[in-house]
Design a protein around this ligand. Structure first.
Ligand code: HEC
Ligand code: HEC
Ligand code: HEC
Ligand code: HEC
Ligand code: HEC
Length: 369
């Protein structure tokens, strides 16, 4: 039993070592994949490092792994191509991001993602097993041309079924065994997966070596960028009753409306009558983690203290007590903050426009008949 355990540790360590081999930099893909490279530029995969994501940096700045241990375990998912990944993750070693090392500023690079061979499932988090072949990339193109720069293959089932994302996105537990962030993929829907929703086919060529009509969008719509491409998976509904009315949010995606515990969603409803606007208190959807009944940062939390987040495939109905009259306009906005307004100050993000902003996901106006 013990030997088996040691062997697992050894294999895992080996996997991490493999992940530490050389990755072609993103700049090398640009000349032949200009459209894809440009889409990728503004995404959180490109910007997942402490040097490019102020929200990630703010949490990292306060994290005991940084302040007490001088280690950057976040690298496993946030800078997986770091040249000293082993030191950043290992036991008894030290390693923190260095702005002058380009492997620490690349984020989740093109070559890294395209070399994910398989995924090892783990209790605390999953682990990507990266192929040793440095210039061989997995994809899903049928009859891809041979490139002089790299070889490729469309045989990898993790690319075919869209599971290539779950090495980093499935779940992340903390020391108290609390699932801090989970995509809860057990709710997978028929025919929809991470890739079909988050990398839809859009027009434009996959490379400039051959003209293809379309390619898979590499702007990764999410909470920071290209939200509008995901709004079709959220429906708003309105129902007028006697003495009250209802607004429903129908989440047609296979995971909760928002996933990261820093987020907070609000449903804002107001009624316009004769030019006068009557606003209701926003309905809040959040998942709050903490300890002893109080919200805490993720490394302190040992329990979920509140969870009103709209779940996968859930239709949430909110009732408003007001008698509507013919001609009333009911304005409904569903949106979110990347960082809960109450947590902004604690992380020193109260002046950060990206963290503070209210992002609109869906907006409708209903006129009472
Ligand atoms: C197992 C993989 C994994 C590890 C390890 C990991 N993260 Fe993340 N992190 C993610 C993923 C995936 C997201 C995107 C989640 C989302 O948007 O819902 C994310 C998002 C975040 C965000 C939100 C960023 C933003 O701009 O809104 C913060 C903050 C964050 N991580 C902090 C950390 C810190 C600090 C560490 C290390 C102590 C860490 N993470 C380790 C996978 C990981
Ligand atoms: C010298 C030009 C060139 C460079 C540089 C280049 N590629 Fe390609 N790549 C191609 C060509 C040509 C194809 C096939 C396109 C087609 O058939 O329409 C391709 C296809 C691909 C595919 C699809 C494979 C499949 O089977 O689905 C991936 C993934 C890929 N490249 C990744 C990369 C990455 C990552 C980089 C940078 C590290 C890169 N490429 C740099 C020319 C290049
Ligand atoms: C049916 C479509 C659909 C599928 C399938 C889907 N998503 Fe999403 N995803 C959405 C929608 C809608 C949102 C919410 C829009 C937003 O955050 O602006 C979202 C948001 C996200 C976010 C941002 C959440 C946050 O709190 O920052 C991440 C990360 C994400 N999805 C990853 C994944 C991964 C990984 C998978 C596969 C396991 C997946 N999604 C499958 C539709 C989908
Ligand atoms: C987070 C993972 C990830 C990153 C980062 C990523 N890709 Fe991809 N890429 C994929 C997946 C998954 C597919 C297959 C999409 C599908 O099946 O529709 C793909 C498809 C491709 C293709 C094939 C053309 C197509 O439309 O299917 C090329 C070429 C490509 N990527 C190049 C790149 C380049 C260049 C970069 C960096 C600028 C990059 N990729 C970054 C996951 C990634
Ligand atoms: C190597 C780990 C890794 C892999 C593999 C990965 N991601 Fe991510 N992803 C992250 C991290 C880390 C973040 C958060 C970065 C941040 O905000 O600082 C993120 C963020 C996102 C977001 C949120 C973007 C936003 O605007 O808020 C989406 C959507 C997403 N990933 C989708 C995918 C999809 C789809 C795939 C598979 C094709 C995938 N990811 C593969 C690590 C990964």
């Amino acid at each position: 039993m013990k030997i088996k355990y040691l062997l697992t540790i050894f294999l895992l360590f080996n996997t991490l070592l493999t992940a530490n081999s050389k990755f072609a930099p993103n700049s090398e893909c640009k000349s032949c994949h200009p459209v894809i490279s440009q889409e990728y530029e503004s995404t959180m995969h490109q910007n997942s490092t402490i040097f490019k994501d102020p929200i990630h940096k703010a949490v990292w700045d306060k994290h005991p792994m940084n302040t007490k241990q001088g280690k950057y375990k976040c690298a496993k998912c946030h800078t997986p191509t770091a040249s000293n990944l082993k030191d950043m993750l290992g036991k008894g070693t030290k390693g923190v991001p260095d702005a002058t090392d380009s492997t620490h500023t690349e984020g989740i690079s093109c070559a890294y993602c395209h070399r994910i061979e398989s995924i090892e499932h783990g209790d605390m988090s999953n682990t990507n097993v990266v192929s040793k072949k440095e210039k061989h990339y997995f994809g899903t193109m049928k009859n891809a041309l041979k490139s002089e720069f790299h070889t490729s293959s469309s045989e990898n089932e993790n690319f075919q079924n869209g599971n290539v994302c779950i090495g980093c996105h499935s779940h992340k537990k903390n020391k108290a065994n609390l699932n801090v962030c989970s995509t809860n993929i057990s709710n997978e829907m028929d025919r929809a997966n991470c890739v079909s929703c988050h990398m839809p086919k859009v027009s434009g060529s996959a490379s400039n070596v051959r003209d293809t009509k379309e390619h898979s969008f590499h702007g990764f719509p999410g909470a920071h960028t290209n939200q509008d491409m995901l709004s079709k998976y959220i429906e708003l509904e309105f129902l007028n009753n006697i003495g009250s009315f209802e607004v429903a949010v129908n989440n047609k995606s296979s995971h909760a409306l928002l996933l990261h515990p820093l987020r907070m969603s609000q449903l804002r409803v107001s009624v316009e009558r004769n030019g006068k606007i009557d606003k209701f208190e926003p309905e809040v959807f959040v998942r709050v983690i903490g300890k002893d009944g109080k919200p805490t940062p993720p490394w302190v939390a040992n329990t979920v203290i509140k969870d009103t987040m709209i779940k996968a495939n859930e239709k949430r109905v909110v009732t408003y007590k007001k008698e509507l009259l013919k001609g009333d306009k009911v304005h409904v906005t569903l949106g979110y903050f990347l960082v809960k307004p109450k947590a902004l100050k604690k992380f020193g993000l109260d002046k950060d426009e990206v963290a503070k902003k209210f992002y609109v996901l869906k907006k409708e106006t209903y006129i009472v008949k």
